[in-house]
Structures are given as structure tokens and as C-alpha cells.
Design a binder for this molecule. Structure first.
Ligand code: M6R
Length: 608
């Protein structure tokens, strides 16, 4: 979603701002702009479309604003279509702002400002904030900011510049994340660290109710009473390489290949003497024993990770687990109470629905456990217990390595719950934990040869629609495979429980319709084969993702992707998701799509 950057220092800032915006492209956007203190004015250049074709082209034509202090933005349209006029920065030459989030009461504020003679140009909620600041501004930026924030309801992060203060940037936030980067003779604001990583790793996390005022040398924080506050400086542990493509054609491919490493980084510190140990995250066997029920709440791929977790926890720990889509959970009046554990899974830690669901669960008395990738994110900070996945920055919109470590953590949790509850003995817990430890090698091997995935992709590129089918854990995986494919290839696809097809969906099968059948679970294999035959006899082109040792006859499948035979059923999803990711990736590449930044999508979904 929208991205914010700001720079103040000694260097010309136009290029710095544009390059930093490019680092935020992965978040998803449809217009971009910069505003720079330039020759006694605030000069704004903004344009609809991608940075290269829109903003950069305009800067080349119109000339780059000269100046060493400015703010910049990538906008993902919510209020008002993507257009030059609705793009940020927005302002009147005296005060200019960039804004992430949504102002819920913008209509009332707009009416009030119109009654005071203000004329609006854009359809955005952001313009109400810019004009409200102007309304309150009497020479003191902080006074104006405090008065305006008192009137505003909603979620926001704001970067603000005032013409009267040509060497300063002001920043505030509520809900939407914003960091203040500390450089050497230069300082930054940014909505996420990747934007400024090439300049600095040191940053402050801005909290709700705090105002940051920065110039090239100093960063000063105060609260809403203008009382100065001291904040703790954090250091990002992501290095620049992690946010670069490193020789791969796309971030998605790089992130798929990083999976073996990130599994190790995530699980190894949580395994002590061969046993899972999550005590460092506030999770102890005593706690795990007492929960009546477990809920997993998340969105998209993170929710699919929760589904794998459900199968595994229920299978070995015999505790009921409900998996909910966060946007449904928060409005369905869920029956959650004290004694329940609600697990929130989120890569970004900022997904609006997941955050709201977590707050609701807390209010209802449940304990919350967050499984989050981005350090210091809102979900991470508000959860009762926290397990960080150490996937590093995930830049591609399509989540791959983050999903992998989310399920790795769900496995560790399942083993620990099962052992704490006496459902498995120590020997079994050790055995399962060591199987988990072997998965990086298994995945490494699968990644050595991606030719079959490329061939399968070549068979899909002309399809209008396809189905993914599976049973049990394979069904949970087929949902993820289907989402991955549709979000980046733009081919319609659905996942179905294989046994459910004949209750309606099988009527969709026509000659050559591709069906990807995930059939790795040996206990369900014969049942799945029966379902595959049902679609094959109706003309489907069947692609099986199954164990290497199985060689399907032509009346069952047209092609197979073989997975190692010796991986145990329970652990198999960690291996089996890899071909599904690769098939989606190569299909998108072959169709000539923007793999890392698929249309209409945003990496971090901070609106509900
Ligand atoms: O940051 P989160 O994990 O909370 O994001 C949840 C979903 O928006 C995300 O998984 C989305 O479905 C991905 N684009 C899938 O690849």
C-alpha cells in the first residue's frame, strides 16, 4: 500500500527520494510524487502510473527540484481514482503533506473547511488534512499538527513540510507505521526500513501520540503536549543484500530460493537439545496445556499457513483449532473467551484486519500469540506472546519464504503443544523435531531442478481457468498453490477438496482444462487418485504433484512433479509447496507479467 519517504540533509534530495520510493514499489501503488523545499518554495512533482513512466518522466521533462529537504510518496488509491491530481504530496504551497492510511471523518472535516471558504481540488481524504493544518497554522507547526490531530479520526502516518521551515520535516502517526531514520548529517522518515536501508540502519519507531521534528543534524520527539521525549534507537538487522535481487531475475524467485536458509534461521534458535523450546517467546508447556481452544486468524497466504497448522495441531495434539479469515472473524461475533488462544499470523504485522481481529480477541479475554516477520510492527507490539519469523525482508508481493517459515513455526508449536499435553512422548517429539530440521535439505534438493515446474507452467499459460485439488494437508496446500497462481499469473483458479468436486464443481471440467492434483499424503492417496480419475475421464489435463516413486498412467495424469519419496506425510507440505510456488512463478514469467508487483495488489494491506 502507500509508501512514505522523507529526506533532510546536505545532499540534493530529488534522486534520493525517487530511489527510496523505488524501494517501496513492492508495496503496491498507482501514482507517485515528491515535494522539495526549493528556492524559497515548496515544489511538487507527481504523476499517475509507475515511477519510471510517470514521476521520473515528468522530472526529466520539467526538471528536478533543487533542494536538500523533501518528502515523497507512492499512493495506492482508496479515496479517488489514481490520477495526477489525487497523487501525493498534497498541499497549497505553504504546507504540503504525504499520508498513508485513511481519514474516517474526512467528510465532516471537508464540510467544515468548505464552510470556512476552502476549495478542494482532489477527491482524497488526504486533502482535508492538508487544509486542516493550514486552517490551524499560525506560525507554529507543532501547534497546528496537534490541533489538526485532535479533529482527525482514522489511521494515518503523515510526513509534513512547512514553507516557513525549509530545513525541517515533521512526522506523526496513528496505526500506519512510520520510522525515523538517523543518518550521518542527514535524517529520514520512511514507512518501512527497506526504503532507507542503503543510507542507514539506525531508526526510531514513531508511536501514536508522538511528533517527530527533524533536520539534517537533529531529531527531536515530543508528545501531544509538546513535552520532549527520549526514544530508544533501534538497529535493523536486515542488510542491503536482503533487499536486493542478488542476481535473480525477480525477488519472488530469490525468495523461493532463500527458503532453506530462512527455515534454519527461524527454527534453529527455537530448538534446544533436540526439543522445541519457545520459552524465549513467552510460550511455555504450562501455558500451552491450559488452552481450551485455539483459533488461528490471518489473511491470504498467512491464513493458508494457519490451515496447515490446524491439520498438524489437531492431528498430533488433538486440540480443536478454528482457522478464520481475519476480515470475517472480526465481524462474526466470534465465540472466543478466556482460556482460548488466538494465534495471529502476519508477514507484515500491519494487516488492518488481522490487527483488528487480534484486538478483538484480547478484548474478549483470549491470550494472543503473534507470528510475525516485520520487527516492531503493530501486531508484534500488541500481542501477548510473540514469535518472530526470521525470513528477512520479503519484497515480492506474492508471499513465499514468509509462508514457509510461518508453517515451520506452526510445526514447532504443534510439537510443543502435543508434548505438553502428553499426546506424544519425548522420543516422538524429538523425532518430529529432527524431521523438521531436515526440511531445508529436502527443499534445497527440490530447488536444484526447476525444469519440470517450467514445463508445467508452459502447459498453463493459455488456460482461462484451472483447478487445484487435494485432500487433507494437500487440500490446505492446494489453496495456497491456487492463490499464488492467480495473484501473479492472472489466470482464474480455484482450489477444491478433491472429494467435494462431484458436488458441483466437476461440471466446470471441459477438454484440456488443467487440474493440478496435489497427492502427497500416502494415507489419502487412493482416494485422491479416484477423484483424479473423475476429472481425467471428463477431459481434464491433469498435472500431479506427488511422490517421485509414483508413475501415473496416461489415464490418470498427463504430467507429474515428483517429490522425494521418503518425506513423512506430516512434514510434506514444507516440500510440496515449493513446486506450487515455482509453477506460479514461471507461469507469470511466461505470460510476461510483472511478477513481483502484480496489478491491483499491495504487499502490506493496511486498510480493511
Ligand atoms: O502481511 P500479511 O501476512 O498479514 O498479509 C496477508 C496477505 O495480504 C498476504 O499473505 C497476501 O495474501 C499475499 N499477497 C499472498 O501472496
Amino acid at each position: 500500500m502507500c509508501g512514505i519517504v522523507g529526506y533532510v540533509g546536505k545532499q540534493q534530495c530529488a534522486d534520493i527520494l525517487v530511489n527510496a520510493l523505488k524501494k517501496l514499489e513492492y508495496r503496491g501503488y498507482d501514482s507517485a510524487g515528491i515535494a522539495v523545499h526549493s528556492e524559497g518554495k515548496i515544489k511538487t512533482v507527481k504523476a499517475k502510473g509507475k515511477i519510471a513512466e510517470g514521476l521520473e518522466a515528468k522530472l526529466t521533462n520539467e526538471g528536478k527540484p533543487v533542494g536538500t529537504c523533501g518528502i515523497a510518496h507512492t499512493r495506492w488509491a482508496t479515496h479517488g481514482e489514481p490520477s495526477d491530481i489525487n497523487s501525493h504530496p498534497i498541499g497549497n504551497g505553504k504546507i504540503t503533506i504525504v499520508h498513508n492510511g485513511i481519514i474516517e471523518n474526512y467528510r465532516e472535516i471537508k464540510e467544515f473547511l468548505i464552510s470556512k471558504g476552502y476549495v478542494f481540488e482532489s477527491e482524497t481524504d488526504t486533502e482535508t488534512v492538508a487544509k486542516l493544518l493550514d486552517y490551524y497554522y499560525e506560525g507554529n507547526p507543532k501547534d497546528a499538527i496537534i490541533s489538526a490531530l485532535n479533529d482527525i479520526e482514522g489511521a494515518y502516518a503523515l510526513g509534513i513540510i512547512f514553507k516557513d521551515f525549509p530545513e525541517k520535516i515533521f512526522a506523526v502517526r496513528k496505526e500506519s507505521p512510520l520510522i525515523v531514520g538517523k543518518g550521518n548529517g542527514e535524517n529520514f522518515i520512511a514507512s518501512d526500513m527497506t526504503a532507507i536501508l542503503e543510507h542507514t540502519k539506525e531508526y526510531y519507531l514513531l508511536e501514536y501520540g508522538e511528533i517527530a521534528e527533524l533536520d539534517g543534524e537533529n531529531i527531536v520527539f515530543c508528545d501531544m503536549h509538546k513535552t520532549e521525549i527520549t526514544k530508544e534507537l533501534s538497529v535493523a538487522d536486515w542488510d542491503l543484500d536482503a533487499a536486493e535481487k542478488g542476481g535473480y531475475e525477480h525477488f519472488m524467485l530469490k525468495e523461493i530460493h532463500e527458503q532453506p536458509e530462512v527455515i534454519k534461521t527461524t527454527i534453529n534458535p527455537r530448538i534446544k537439545d533436540g526439543m522445541p523450546d519457545l520459552s524465549e517467546c513467552g510460550i511455555t508447556p504450562e501455558k500451552l496445556k491450559k488452552y481450551n481452544k485455539i483459533f488461528v486468524v490471518a489473511c491470504g497466504t498467512a491464513m493458508h499457513a494457519g490451515l496447515v497448522g490446524k491439520y498438524v495441531i489437531e492431528k498430533i495434539a488433538r486440540v480443536p483449532v478454528d482457522v478464520d479469515i481475519a476480515s470475517e472473524f472480526r465481524y462474526r461475533d466470534p465465540i472466543v473467551s478466556e482460556g482460548d488462544l488466538v494465534i495471529i499470523i502476519s508477514q507484515s504485522g500491519e494487516t488492518a484486519d488481522s490487527l483488528a481481529a487480534m484486538r478483538l480477541a484480547k478484548k474478549l479475554g483470549a491470550e494472543t500469540l503473534a507470528i510475525v516477520n516485520v520487527k516492531g510492527s503493530s501486531i508484534a507490539r500488541e500481542a501477548d506472546m510473540l514469535i518472530y519469523t526470521h525470513a528477512g525482508p520479503e519484497i515480492a508481493v506474492a508471499s513465499t519464504k514468509a509462508y514457509m517459515v510461518q508453517i515451520a513455526v506452526m510445526y514447532l508449536l504443534a510439537f510443543e503443544i502435543a508434548f505438553a499435553m502428553g499426546k506424544i512422548d519425548e522420543a516422538e517429539c524429538r523425532r518430529l523435531t529432527s524431521l523438521l530440521r531436515e526440511t531445508p535439505d529436502v527443499i534445497e534438493k527440490i530447488l536444484e531442478d526447476t525444469e519440470d515446474a517450467q514445463y508445467i507452467a508452459s502447459q498453463l499459460i493459455t488456460a482461462d481457468s484451472l483447478l487445484y485439488i487435494g485432500r487433507g494437508l494437500d487440500y490446505a496446500l492446494s489453496m495456497e498453490g491456487s492463490l499464488k497462481l492467480k495473484e501473479i499469473s492472472y489466470i482464474h483458479s480455484e482450489s477444491y477438496a478433491a472429494g467435494e468436486l462431484k458436488h458441483g464443481t466437476i461440471s466446470l471440467i471441459t477438454d484440456n482444462m488443467p487440474v493440478i492434483a496435489v497427492a502427497t499424503q500416502t494415507d489419502l492417496f487412493d482416494k485422491t487418485i479416484s477423484n483424479i480419475k473423475e476429472v481425467k475421464t471428463r477431459g481434464a489435463k491433469v498435472i500431479m504433484v506427488c511422490r517421485e516413486g509414483y508413475n501415473p498412467d496416461k489415464d490418470i495424469a498427463d504430467f507429474k512433479f515428483g517429490l522425494p519419496d521418503d518425506v513423512e506425510n506430516l512434514i510434506m507440505p514444507m516440500a510440496a509447496v515449493v513446486p506450487l510456488q515455482l509453477i506460479a512463478y514461471y507461469t507469470s514469467v511466461l505470460r510476461g507479467n510483472d511478477v513481483d508487483k502484480p496489478r491491483n495488489l499491495a504487499k502490506s494491506v493496511t486498510v480493511e
